[in-house]
Design a protein around this ligand. Structure first.
Ligand SMILES: [Zn+2]
Length: 112
């Protein structure tokens, strides 16, 4: 195996920040034209990256950043759902939201 010397710098389609690590989610346009979240970063095709944050995913959805980056007509809603699901599982920062939800649930249980 060849040793990879070149580290590709990935740019978030929403905020234009760059990252060479795993802070970005990869979305790939497969040769058949279908879009897919590429969890392992190994799929062939034209790729675009977005930060693993609700803010950047929401922004790229609203401003059609992915459509532009990948030159597709429309990004399916399910793809954004997949991306959002993946950040809530991977990102520790997002776990801060969960205790609030649990607390809210606990309060509503007490009310009953
Ligand atoms: Zn970003």
């Amino acid at each position: 195996m060849l040793k990879q010397k070149h580290i590709p710098i990935r740019t978030c389609v929403s905020c234009r920040e760059t990252d060479e690590k795993k802070g970005l989610l990869r979305i790939v346009r497969l040769p058949e034209g279908e879009l897919q979240y590429d969890a392992k970063g190994k799929l062939n095709g034209r790729g675009a990256y977005v930060c693993a944050s609700v803010k950047c995913i929401t922004m790229c959805k609203k401003q059609k950043k992915l459509e532009r980056a990948l030159k597709v007509g429309r990004v399916p809603e399910t793809l954004f759902e997949t991306l959002l699901t993946n950040i809530s599982e991977d990102c520790e920062a997002n776990s801060q939201r969960r205790p609030n939800l649990l607390a809210a649930a606990a309060i509503s249980i007490k009310m009953i």
